[in-house]
Design a protein around this ligand. Structure first.
Ligand SMILES: [Zn+2]
Length: 572
């Protein structure tokens, strides 16, 4: 048994204080803090937030220790039976995967800040929370009198909790499974609408998988006063941050549904169905996997599609989300340089930053579109008897429930078994290769009576010159440049700050000046690395960064309408 006490005595400094008692098995004990958190496939090195680490024997006398690597402490535990470890954790960041303490709440993602020892990784953790009496506890772990119980480190690490005076909660039940929706700091909640929508997408997902791995599930939603959109999956819960609060039941409502459906789908796809490379998790180092297009891609695709299938979204609201993925795909020339499988491996390197221009792709975007192509291919081959959800169900029953991880070959075999078709080209050209697949997107859409409409961007900078900008005061900073476009040929660089066009100073009006000089050669004045440069651009006849939109074909055939109905079910 490992005992933990959690103290909130300096909330204004955002330090959570911990006191723990570890049983001792050996004369030397190594305690560790995780180097990353499941759900984000890059190193987080949470030990950087630890200060005042101290070790004592049970009489309170100090014990010697030293760090042996950035996340490990080696303790000379001798023949002691127990040691006391005290430390503080800096918790000043509030996102869906972090920990946070202030005067109003204690929010803990235990993988960030709890210690574990390989000697007692399977021991029960008892966590005693020293929190104000008027704070409520939202947690998927069982608790009594402010003491949480986790059966081992992995369960603790996967069980975030929020303690606050501003929690609101309602529940719903489907097939004997209890679902909790918690809000922290949300004033106005339209429970009726929310529960009705949550019941619909939850029911549809449960019906397809036919089995849920736990008896309860919690949605923990932090309502924030500033713009936020983030979700992190756990087996028995998800943490979501969303803001600003006043938009959650307004402009952000479809985002709330989208992220909630996505995170619920993760209960099966990644918390249960796990790539062999992460089975089990190694909390100390990178868990490289080329299968991100399955665990994030299929989840991105089906998370939104279940909102359509369950009638929460209509076709137009679904396509608005799908269009965003298509737009990201076509806007990123990295798709010609690096496959989605390679990009998945490299999330540990640069998966969560824009990174080097044109280097890589997103496992979410490419994975979503490739899942769509696979889904339609299976539907075509089986006359709509099966879709990709059948492949995921088999991964769940044949691998997850048997305690096995899956490989690319396993996933491919299931796609081929369910469809009766070869997926050789799919894997070699598009998953592991960088071949364009515009034609497959078009064919798949056509099968459903949908079409991809392409229109030039209304921005002259994007359409005629091939660069995207971000505003900076009165000026414009170049965000990205399309390879082979006039801006590329003319020598513009990402990061250049444009201050004038043909000698006319900008006043937040770059595109107006570009349109004014549309038929002339252009001389842009730019700041680059502290120097003022003049760059000449010669517009050509090609268009760049076109805008993509999927629409229903006006005169869809009966065949297409039937397919669309099967694919979108209640939302059509
Ligand atoms: Zn996800």
């Amino acid at each position: 048994m490992i005992h933990y006490e959690v103290f909130c005595d300096s909330p204004h400094q955002h330090y959570i204080r911990f006191k723990s008692i570890f049983p001792i098995k050996k004369s030397e004990t190594i305690l560790k803090i995780s180097a990353w958190r499941p759900g984000r496939y890059e190193l987080g090195d949470f030990a950087k937030n630890v200060r005042n680490f101290k070790v004592f024997n049970i009489e309170g006398e100090p014990i010697e220790f030293q760090k042996t690597d950035k996340s490990s402490w080696l303790i000379q535990s001798g023949n002691l039976e127990e040691i006391i470890v005290e430390y503080e954790y800096f918790a000043a960041e509030l996102n869906a995967g972090s920990s946070f303490l202030d005067e109003t709440q204690l929010y803990v993602n235990p993988v960030n800040c709890f210690l574990y020892s390989a000697d007692c990784i399977e021991e029960t953790y008892l966590v005693n929370l020293s929190i104000p009496d008027h704070w409520e506890i939202a947690c998927s772990l069982p608790f009594e009198n402010k003491v949480l119980t986790a059966k081992n480190y992995e369960e603790l690490a996967d069980s975030p909790f929020i303690c606050s005076a501003n929690l609101s909660c309602e529940t719903y039940e489907i097939k004997g499974i209890k679902f909790y929706i918690w809000f922290n700091n949300q004033q106005h909640i339209d429970w009726e609408r929310l529960k009705s929508d949550f019941v619909k997408f939850t029911t549809k997902q449960l019906n397809d998988f036919t089995h849920f791995p736990t008896h309860e599930f919690h949605f923990f939603i932090h309502s924030l006063p500033y713009p936020a959109y983030h979700g992190v999956e756990h087996l028995k819960s998800t943490v979501i941050t969303l803001g600003p609060s006043y938009e959650i039941f307004g402009a952000l409502y479809s985002e709330l549904l989208g992220v909630s459906s996505h995170e619920l789908y993760h209960v099966w796809n990644v918390k249960s169905i796990r790539a062999v490379d992460m089975h089990p998790y190694d909390f100390q180092k990178e868990n490289y996997s080329r299968l991100g297009y399955v665990y994030e891609g299929v989840t991105t695709y089906l998370g939104d599609l279940y909102l359509l299938k369950s009638g929460v979204f209509n076709l137009n609201s679904y396509l608005r989300e799908f269009n965003k993925q298509l737009q990201k795909h076509f806007d990123n020339p990295g798709r010609f340089n690096y496959s989605v499988a390679q990009s998945s491996f490299d999330t540990w390197l640069d998966g969560y930053v824009a990174g080097a221009p044109g280097r890589k792709v997103s496992i979410y975007t490419e994975g979503c579109l490739l899942a769509f192509i696979a889904d339609v291919k299976i539907r075509k081959a089986t006359q709509n008897k099966f879709g990709i959800e059948e492949v995921m169900k088999r991964l769940y029953f044949d691998f997850a429930l048997k305690g096995k991880g899956y490989t690319e070959a396993d996933y491919r075999k299931l796609l081929e078994d369910v469809s009766g078709e070869s997926f050789e080209d799919y894997f070699s050209n598009y998953v592991n290769g960088t071949q364009p697949y515009d034609n497959l997107i078009n064919e798949s859409l056509e099968f459903l009576g949908l079409e991809l409409i392409q229109q030039p961007s209304t921005s002259v900078a994007e359409s005629k010159l091939g660069f995207k900008i971000l505003p900076k005061g009165k000026n414009s900073v170049i965000q990205s440049i399309y390879p082979g476009s006039p801006s590329d040929i003319g020598g513009l660089s990402a990061g250049d700050e444009i201050i004038a066009v043909n000698g006319s100073q900008l006043n937040n009006d770059l595109d107006k000046w570009l349109k004014y000089f549309e038929n002339d050669d252009l001389e842009l004045s730019v700041y680059r690395n502290g120097k003022l440069l003049g760059i000449t651009l010669i517009p050509g006849i090609d268009y760049f960064y076109p805008k993509f939109e999927v629409k229903q074909i006006k005169n869809s055939t009966e065949f297409q309408l039937v397919n669309l109905k099967f694919w979108g079910q209640d939302g059509i």
